[in-house]
Design a protein around this ligand. Structure first.
Ligand code: TRP
Ligand code: MN
Length: 447
């Protein structure tokens, strides 16, 4: 797969997981419209993220990638975005303070709309209907009519991504992310919990450290690094027509960038070496991610490294393992060894969510906080054993007080799952569980 590349050469390959659009003319019309819209991100930002991820690959920084499993058209609001950012900032501050290295902040946000499915259809009563593929494609209501793919959703996804990103930029540079607000990020429902109190203590220490630096004569006010953050966006590049429509040639370098987000990842179900997703992403300049499930072989992984990062650019490729708590240590080690021997400068991240999903007694899809921590523990141990850097975590969370994942310091039990189960796809950590997880990650990294 080394022939000439254009934004449309993927069309000559087999593309898994593409929606069965009923009307191709309407899809082409929608994509043409999107192709005429402004890009969502600028190529220079994507290059900055590659450089930061290069620091992760070199063991000098930590990646926090977090957000919804799937963003919803229905729960789209300023409050929802703000609450998600708030939790991510809290986790980032915990990790920065505890690990003593920069934390690269990447949201699963402003474009995380498309979902791959294990089956194209599902049974509802005695009817067989098309599966829900994310709000960019169809509606989750369990009727045949709701599940018909609607190309207008492609355009709506663009607009929602644009305004989400706009608010994220405002919050991250406009004062919301200022370190002096470290206490103010705590929501009421978190403050009184055990996790919340632990966070409050850390926030107090940070405030004291800032006062100390000021007393030493350091100009706190004029040091912009203390007042803002770089918040990057990412999503699974699944619907290739949509990604192609947002792919633009950078005027500074003439290179192509997928300007729908800073980082794009390839899912476990679409990472075929000769498939359309690898073909498309190999040609764009953005930093890339690739998920690796428990069956990934060393040969497959090396092929992907060669295809996606032939020039061995540090930070260009992040490999995200999602193997399950029971498998990660044994299955990851041979991959770490093979990649190190081939001298591929990848960043390694742990997705402790997708290998640990099960169905609870009441039929809800869920995950247990202890399994999530156990997978991160195995991931860290595998890296310690192989002498590589456990570079980051990739998690599904929300800023709301949902009850979708079990466990945590303020335990969510089976019987609580129905109380606030709101995800349109996989179960997410709530705000308290997320803060708890950040502390656990810090402990596992120091152990
Ligand atoms: N700019 C620094 C960073 O992003 C410090 C910082 C400012 C920060 N606000 C923050 C860190 C909020 C974590 C969370 O690391
Ligand atoms: Mn998911």
């Amino acid at each position: 797969m080394t022939g000439p590349w254009t934004p449309s050469t993927w069309r000559e390959r087999r593309a898994e997981q593409q929606p069965p659009w009923p009307d191709d003319v309407a899809v082409e019309r929608a994509l043409k419209q999107i192709a005429s819209f402004p890009p969502l991100v600028f190529a220079g930002e994507a290059r900055n993220l590659t450089a930061s991820l290069g620091q992760v690959a070199a063991g000098r920084a930590f990646l926090l990638q977090a957000g919804d499993c799937a963003e919803s058209f229905e729960t789209f609001s300023a409050v929802n975005i703000r609450e998600k950012l708030r939790v991510i900032l809290q986790m980032a501050v915990i990790l920065t303070y505890s690990l003593g290295v920069p934390v690269v902040k990447v949201g699963r946000i402003a474009g995380q709309f498309a979902k791959p499915r294990s089956s194209p259809t599902e049974r509802v009563g005695d009817e067989e209907i098309a599966s829900f593929r994310g709000h960019i494609v169809n509606d989750p209501a369990p009727t045949a009519a709701a599940r018909v793919p609607d190309p207008d959703r492609l355009v709506q996804a663009y607009h929602q991504a644009a305004s989400t990103l706009n608010l994220l930029r405002a919050f991250s540079k406009g004062g919301f992310a200022d370190l002096s607000r470290v206490h103010a990020w705590t929501q009421e429902f978190v403050a009184t919990s055990r996790e919340g109190q632990r966070y409050e203590q850390l926030a107090t220490e940070i405030e004291r450290a800032l006062r100390f630096m000021r007393a030493c004569g350091i100009e706190i006010e004029s040091t912009f690094q203390l007042h803002e953050v770089d918040m990057y966006t990412s999503h699974e590049a699944l619907i290739l027509g949509w990604e192609e429509a947002l792919t633009r040639q950078d005027s500074l370098t003439d290179d192509w960038y997928d300007c729908s987000a800073h980082l794009l990842w390839i899912g476990e179900r679409t990472r075929q070496r000769d498939g359309a997703h690898v073909e498309f992403l190999r040609g764009v300049g953005n930093p890339l991610g690739c998920k690796l499930g428990p069956t990934a072989s060393a040969d497959e992984v090396l092929d992907l490294c060669e295809a996606l990062n032939p020039d061995r650019v540090p930070g260009r490729l992040t490999l995200i393992s999602r193997m399950g708590a029971d498998h990660v240590e044994d299955r990851l080690r041979p991959l770490l060894r093979a990649v190190a021997r081939a001298e591929h400068p990848v960043a390694w991240a742990c997705d402790p969510m997708h290998g640990n999903t099960f169905t609870a007694a009441n039929g809800r899809k869920t995950r247990h906080f202890d399994d999530i921590c156990a997978e991160i523990g195995g991931f860290v141990r595998a890296h310690r054993a192989e002498g590589s850097w456990p570079g980051g975590v990739h998690v599904e969370l929300t800023g709301e007080e949902v009850t979708e994942c079990l466990g945590g310091a303020e335990e969510v039990l089976d019987v609580n799952l129905d109380e606030r189960y709101e995800t349109v796809c996989d179960p997410r950590l709530n705000a308290r569980q997320s803060i708890d997880l950040a502390f656990r990650v810090a402990e596992l990294m120091r152990a």
